[in-house]
Design a protein around this ligand. Structure first.
Ligand code: D61
Ligand code: MG
Length: 448
């Protein structure tokens, strides 16, 4: 950790405590790899994933390996899609046939550009295959079907010259691209979670919910990655939106266009907020605590990221990231469904309050935040807000949410104990630090 990161943490003592609690008080489920290929896979996971490695490592054994393999296979596919040094006549067939490699045991690929960041998942793909073939056939099937669909979708976009030159045109196209690269991941994960009996079986019949889970993450990434993607000569912001605010997408880099750039971000954030309701419903239907965590943590990071990019001029200069300490706090708070609802409520208010009246999306953003605030209240009504004697309306979403929160109760007690233990340890730690600092000071400056 760099000095600036440590100083940043010191400025936010509550986040420092969260980092401390996460590091010393949380048992992660580090499975002991039973083969050398498994070991390689765990290493590849850590090497390639921003944040997904951590949540996958928290999963129970039943799902840990299948989801890790699922991740690595799709990361490999994405590493072909993302590589602009691979010509289309190589890339397109590679994407389309990628699922067939899952029938082999020794396939690897060494054709990525030397600087492609995750190229190692392809050069060591045989190791991934070995673990893939050790999974239950049911899980293998789910992974293969999604890989085939995603490869076909990516190939379709790679072949589209208009897309390659000008990026995404309509909001419909934007949603479809996000479907291929993220919505399908949500679908596959749902099928894995339901097959493992860790979620409500009806999740499988409500794929719009998992679609939103994926789209919310992907859209947030796309908004945040404006600068990086532009520098790489790619754009994913849909023209139907940015075209209202500029002639060229790169105009937003110029300081004189800052206002219109921020208005454009507002509209993109508003669009992404369209996925929130379904995501919250989805999360109420994931029963297993580790699967819930795995699903919930990326979602709370996304809403925090949206609040961070909203009205933030830095979006046009770099990829805006949330603080490390904030991440730790979010991970701790997202352990229960109630915690997740509170996080969403908090960041929706942040967005709502940040929005200036001069923003052309002001009215719609207010409406969307209000609507979601009301939905959060429907899921978890505050008795004080209901007239006396009136029971909350027993909607299906309400009942699912209540059931989820009841299931969280035993967890709530564990969390309370852990928090108390971490608090006292943290205070002791602070006192010791202060004592050391004091003694150092005395011995340095008060020597005779
Ligand atoms: C619950 C929990 C996690 C979920 C989920 C529901 C629903 C969807 C997703 C995760 C997928 C979200 C993708 C958002 C991040 N976007 C990317 O990584 C882009 O690549 C998309 C294609 C490859 C998807 C690989 C993936 C990611 C997360 C997974 C997973 C597979 C499998 C299991 C669990 C999580 C992005 O990549 C950026 C990069 O290469 O740095 C891009 O190229 O656009
Ligand atoms: Mg990609």
């Amino acid at each position: 950790m760099s000095l600036s990161k440590i100083l940043e943490l010191l400025e936010h003592p509550l986040e420092l405590k969260a980092a401390f609690q996460l590091k010393y008080f949380r048992r992660s489920n580090v499975a002991t790899p039973s083969s050398s290929s498994e070991k390689v896979c765990y290493e590849l996971l850590k090497l390639t994933s921003r944040s997904f490695a951590a949540v996958i490592m928290e999963l129970v054994d039943e799902l840990q390996k299948p989801i890790m393999v699922f991740y690595l296979v799709l990361r490999a596919l994405d590493t072909i899609e993302d590589d602009m040094t691979i010509s289309n006549d190589v890339k397109v067939p590679l994407l389309k046939d990628f699922h067939n490699n899952l029938k082999k045991t020794d396939w690897t690929f060494n054709g990525n550009g030397p600087n492609e960041k995750d190229r190692v998942v392809l050069t060591k793909f045989d190791q991934i295959l070995s673990v893939y073939h050790s999974l239950k056939p049911e899980y293998q099937d789910i992974i293969k079907k999604i890989t085939r669909e995603m490869g076909a979708g990516m190939a379709k976009y790679a072949e589209d010259q208009d897309f390659n030159l000008n990026g995404v045109k309509t909001i419909k196209e934007y949603d479809l691209y996000c479907h291929y690269v993220a919505g399908l991941v949500g679908e596959g994960l749902t099928k894995l979670i339901v097959a493992a009996k860790f979620g409500n079986p009806s999740l499988k019949d409500r794929l719009v919910l998992s679609e939103s889970m994926g789209l919310f993450l992907q859209k947030t990434n796309i908004i945040r990655d404006y600068k990086e993607d532009l520098d790489d000569g790619r754009t994913f912001w849909p023209q139907e939106i940015w075209g209202k605010y500029a002639k060229n997408l790169s105009d937003f880099e110029k300081l004189e266009n800052l206002d219109s750039g921020l208005f454009c971000v507002s509209e993109l954030v508003l669009n992404a907020l369209g996925e929130v309701k379904n995501s919250l419903i989805y999360l109420s239907m994931v029963y297993d605590h580790s699967a819930f965590n795995f699903c919930a943590i990326p979602q709370v990071m996304a809403i925090a990221t949206l609040a961070e990019v909203f009205e933030n001029p830095l979006v046009f200069k770099k990829n805006v990231k949330i603080r490390k300490g904030t991440t730790c706090q979010l991970i701790l708070d997202a352990r229960t469904y109630k915690g997740v609802l509170d996080i969403f409520s908090h960041y929706l208010r942040v967005i709502h309050h940040k929005c200036p009246v001069s923003d052309p999306n002001y009215l719609e953003i207010s409406l969307k935040c209000g609507e979601l605030e009301q939905f959060l209240e429907e899921l978890n009504p505050d008795p004080e807000h209901l007239p006396q004697g009136v029971k909350p309306s027993q909607t299906e979403d309400y009942l699912n949410a209540q059931k989820k929160m009841e299931g969280d109760q035993s967890l709530e007690e564990v969390i309370e104990k852990e928090t108390a233990a971490a608090n006292s340890a943290f205070v002791l730690f602070g006192i010791s630090l202060a004592a050391i600092a004091f003694l150092t000071y005395v011995s340095l400056f008060h020597t005779h």
